[in-house]
Structures are given as structure tokens and as C-alpha cells.
Write a protein that binds this ligand. Structure first.
Ligand code: HSE
Length: 302
């Protein structure tokens, strides 16, 4: 058997939706998995990932077989990695989702995507659902856990007239380390601040009143703490807004900044890059479509 898995990059949080919002965008990692005599991992694209059985994709590939007490087949894995690592694009979520989907193809689709979701959260380093869920399903996802701790999510098709403009710093940020900087308790004013913005964000998208997104993408839960390791973050967000973005926020746990825009992408990207350069932060810019298509599985050989 030979299977190709294509998994989109995702931006989590989008400002106020900490651990709850995730958006799939048009940048992908691809994984080709085929039965082979010898185990091998070949990685194309810039990376520093392990090529042994510690590799997160491989660990995720093994997981469904172990769950079913089946023998994991010997495979050769080829990865084409287009998504920057450690920049808030959910690159490790693509490895988890990709590995699970490849295994599931080998298992003749034993599991539904819904059944794979909790496995993906379990395998994800921080056990957060807000990258793996949109990576599987695409679009804008609102994901949360019920009282019994089981996940529940809704996928909302994202308006196609909005694009995601990114400033991608040359430095990486560690999502888990960033969380450790966050307070353990919040003042109720800050909770109300974020609750209002989560609601405003969804209402602004639904009604097409995108000019509310500037306020709707503000956050007092995680960005203030992460500003300690990325002090220029607020200036780059402001620069995106002054360039014409509707709203902007840290992408996931950083380090990229995502701006949502209807037009003037080049001007917005330029403004963000200029603000970064003024603060001696080097990086690059990206303009991406949002994708309502999640992960794709293509059987190449039976
Ligand atoms: N919501 C996570 C965080 C990032 O901000 O730490 C993605 O899982």
C-alpha cells in the first residue's frame, strides 16, 4: 500500500479564542507512506526533526495499530514540509494528524475522523485541540470540551473574501514555555473582555461586518504573557491594522502574527515587516488563503 496525506497549516487562538479557535490555511505538509523492506524516513524541506522511530509522525502512525493490537507494517515515509516549525502554524499537529490518517488508510478506514480527533489531541505535545481539529476538518473550528471532558466542535466555513496575512519572525517560540508565563488566575474584567471578543469575532464573520475584527481579535488571556518573550508583538499587530488589516493577533503560541484582510495584502505585509525591522526583528511575510478543506488522503497503490 502507498498513501499520500496532505495536512493544512493552522492558526490557533486568533486573539481571544485561547485553546478554542483554530483556522486552517492554504499551506501544507505532505506525507507519502508506503510499505517497505526497511524502515526509513526521508525529509524534504528545512527541518531538524528526528528520522528514527521517535519521530512524531511515526509515533502517531503506530498509535492506531497499537490501539487495535495490530502489527504496525514496516514503512518508508517521505515528508515534504512546507510549513515553518515553531512559528504558530501547527506544524506538529500536521505530523500527528498525518500519521493517524496514514495508519487509518492502512487499516482500511477503521476509524472515522471523529474517532481520530481524541487520539490526535492525546498525541499532541500540549494536548490542545485547537490545531489538530482544523487540521483534520479545515475551516474555522470552535472546539471545547464537555463536562465529561469529551471534545465537542463546530466547523464554520470561513468567508473566502478574507485572506490571512502573516509576519513570520526568524525566531521560534515554544508554545508550552509560553503557557508557563501565563497567570493561573484572571480578573473577571479580563474574562469579560475575552468573552465579549469571542462572541464579537463570530458575529462579525457571520454578518460580514469585518470592521469589528480589530476589537474582536484583542486578547487578555495569553498574549500579554507572550509579549514578555516577544515585546514587539503589539507594535506589529498595530502596524497590520494601520496597513489596512481588519484585525490581527498572535498565531497560536507564536511567533507569527496573523492579520485578517480583505485587500491591501502587500501594504499590510510591508507595514508588519517594517515595524519588525524597526525593532530589529528579522522575518518574512506570507499571504495565504483560508481553506475550508481539511486533511486529504489519497490512495496511490492498494
Ligand atoms: N492554544 C495553544 C496555546 C496553541 O496558545 O498555547 C495551540 O495549541
Amino acid at each position: 500500500m502507498k498513501v499520500k496525506i496532505k495536512v493544512p497549516a493552522t492558526s490557533a487562538n486568533l486573539g481571544p479564542g485561547f485553546d478554542v479557535f483554530g483556522l486552517a490555511v492554504g499551506l501544507h505538509n505532505e506525507f507519502l507512506v508506503e510499505e517497505a523492506q526497511d524502515f526509513e524516513i526521508v525529509i524534504k524541506g528545512l527541518n531538524s526533526l528526528p528520522k528514527n522511530k521517535e519521530n512524531l509522525f511515526y509515533q502517531s502512525f503506530v498509535y492506531p495499530f497499537e490501539k487495535l493490537k495490530e502489527i504496525t507494517p514496516q514503512v518508508r515515509i517521505e515528508m515534504n514540509l512546507g510549513i515553518p516549525q515553531g512559528r504558530g502554524f501547527g506544524s506538529s499537529a500536521t505530523a500527528v494528524v498525518g500519521g493517524l490518517l496514514a495508519a487509518n488508510a492502512f487499516l482500511h478506514n477503521h476509524f472515522s475522523f471523529e474517532e481520530l480527533l481524541p487520539m490526535a489531541v492525546e498525541l499532541e505535545r500540549g494536548k490542545h485541540p485547537d490545531n489538530v481539529t482544523p487540521a483534520l476538518f479545515g475551516g474555522l473550528v470552535i472546539v471545547t470540551s464537555k463536562k465529561d471532558a469529551k471534545l465537542t466542535y463546530i466547523k464554520i466555513p470561513f468567508p473566502q473574501d478574507l485572506k490571512a496575512v502573516y509576519f513570520v519572525p526568524d525566531f521560534a517560540m515554544d508554545t508550552i514555555a509560553g503557557r508557563k508565563l501565563m497567570p493561573t488566575h484572571y480578573h473577571k474584567n479580563d474574562v469579560v473582555f475575552n468573552t465579549g471578543r469571542v462572541a464579537l469575532f463570530l458575529a462579525a464573520l457571520q454578518s460580514g461586518n469585518y470592521h469589528f475584527l480589530g476589537t474582536a481579535m484583542e486578547d487578555r488571556i495569553h498574549q500579554p504573557a507572550r509579549t514578555k518573550v516577544f515585546p514587539l508583538m503589539p507594535q506589529i499587530i498595530d502596524a497590520a491594522l494601520s496597513g489596512g488589516a481588519y484585525g490581527a493577533a498572535l498565531s497560536g503560541g507564536g511567533s507569527s502574527i496573523i492579520a485578517l484582510a480583505g485587500h491591501r495584502f502587500k501594504a499590510i505585509a510591508k507595514k508588519m515587516a517594517e515595524a519588525a525591522a524597526e525593532g530589529n526583528i528579522s522575518g518574512s511575510t506570507l499571504v495565504l488563503d483560508v481553506t475550508n478543506t481539511g486533511s486529504e488522503v489519497k490512495l496511490i497503490e492498494l
